[in-house]
Design a protein around this ligand. Structure first.
Ligand SMILES: Nc1nc2c(ncn2[C@@H]2O[C@H](COP(=O)(O)OP(=O)(O)OP(=O)(O)O)[C@@H](O)[C@H]2O)c(=O)[nH]1
Length: 401
């Protein structure tokens, strides 16, 4: 017993020492998994991928681990690349210009029911008393025909109804048709001045405030001219809105028409216009069409910009047509803009856009009367061929049918 006691005691001491050291050892191993600094790409990953340390010091979230092997780009043989290149877009064939206003009539009559059909209904009533005449007046004013033209028309209709006596719907319709056509004035010359001169192209400038549809109109008009077999060149002198030049070039490209544009945002519009006319002369096109920005901050600024564009064009050619684009949905506001532009440039024709979205077709009458300039084209939708040459009779027919 005396001999075994020291042996037992030494075994107990050794076990106690080992027992005390195990937690210390284990702790030390755990600490080796924790990092005091942030991880970098060379740090080893934690052993257990499910154990996620804290952001500052601990292990890294598995999804945060940087890719150690970058994906290798596929190397395609030369001959395989060729068919992957986008195919050149095929050229579009614009719809014929003939009869466009008739084709687009539904758009017009739908939004202008209030004017044409409303008047017809009122004037076909059995008795037309003062209340009815007031409603006629109101309908005309609401359609933006303007006060003077409204009074004029109501007076004429009153006289004719008195003389007419018994009124059949057919009589009323033909009377109204006649009077509205007179008001829209079929005697105005609505042809576009775009005949090529002996040694140079005709030049057409499009002006108007932003958003009225100038760029779209130039694009649609290019299609009209292409449909009429004319050689056209576009000039992107709307350098104010960065995307306008691209938008114009896209319109042109669809029908094989080139666009001259600057590759610098905010370039001088006059120099783009000059360059476009120069290229137009060199390439012997029939028509050069210049899209402008014409921001209406103030009259002086506008006058400076458009005046300069025109002057610069006139160093090489004449400006044969200046089309003012007006948004039909803006009503009286459009008239105010029109007056300002008319003071700044010599407008030769009006393009009335967005007539598909308004019941205020009477604005045609008001604008012509205010400016003494004919509406030459109307926009009747966002489609590429939704631009029609204006014609008084077809227009009034569309309002009444
Ligand atoms: N419904 C309808 N929308 C039209 C018509 N004409 C143009 N638009 C739309 O009007 C918007 C403005 O047209 P843009 O041609 O960019 O106008 P812009 O006058 O050139 O504008 P800025 O370049 O900012 O000066 C576009 O969404 C066109 O699709 C039209 O006759 N009817």
């Amino acid at each position: 017993m005396n001999e075994t006691l020291p042996i037992l005691l030494s075994i107990v001491v050794v076990l106690a020492v080992i027992g005390g050291l195990v937690p210390v050892f284990l702790n030390a191993r755990r600490n080796r998994q924790n990092y005091t600094g942030p991880r970098d790409a060379n740090d080893p990953a934690p052993l257990d991928p499910t154990s996620q340390g804290d952001a500052q010091g601990g292990g890294t979230l598995v999804e945060d681990r940087p890719e150690t092997i970058a994906p290798q780009p596929a190397i395609l043989p030369e001959e395989l690349l060729e068919p992957l290149a986008p195919a050149a877009p095929s050229l579009e064939t614009p719809l014929p210009v003939e009869g466009r206003l008739v084709r687009l009539r539904a758009r017009l009559s739908k939004s202008n029911n209030a004017l044409g059909k409303g008047l017809l209904a009122l004037l076909s009533r059995d008795t037309i008393d003062e209340d009815v005449w007031e409603e006629v007046e109101e309908t005309l004013l609401l359609a933006d025909i303007g006060t003077d033209s409204t009074m004029e028309l109501v007076d004429t209709l009153r006289d004719r109804v008195k003389v007419l006596g018994v009124r059949s719907p057919e009589h009323v319709q033909s009377m109204l048709r006649e009077e509205l056509i007179k008001l829209v004035d079929p005697s105005m010359d609505r042809t576009l001045n775009i005949t090529r001169h002996d040694d140079r192209p005709a030049v057409l400038m499009v002006v108007g405030v932003n958003g009225v549809g100038k760029t779209t109109t130039v694009g649609k008009l290019a299609r009209v001219l292409v449909a009429e077999d004319k050689d056209v060149l576009l000039g992107a002198a709307d350098t104010f809105r960065a995307a306008a030049a691209e938008q114009l070039a896209t319109w042109g490209a669809r029908v094989g028409v080139a666009t001259v544009k600057s590759d610098v945002d905010g370039a001088d519009p006059a120099s783009v216009a000059f360059e476009a006319v120069k290229v137009g002369i060199e390439t012997e096109v029939d028509v050069v069409m210049i899209d402008t920005a014409g921001r209406l901050q103030n009259k002086i600024g506008l006058m400076d910009e458009l005046g300069k564009v025109k002057r610069v064009i006139e160093k090489q050619a004449t400006v044969d047509e200046v089309l003012l684009v007006l948004d039909a949905t803006t009503g009286q506001n459009g008239l105010t803009q029109a007056k300002v532009f008319a003071e700044v440039v010599n407008i030769t024709g009006i393009v009335l856009t967005k007539l598909d979205g308004t019941a205020k077709g009477g604005i045609v009458v008001a604008i012509q009367k205010t400016l003494g300039v004919p509406v030459k084209l109307v926009g009747l939708g966002e489609g590429a061929d939704d631009l029609a040459p204006f014609d008084a009779e077809s227009f009034v027919d569309a309002l009444l049918n």
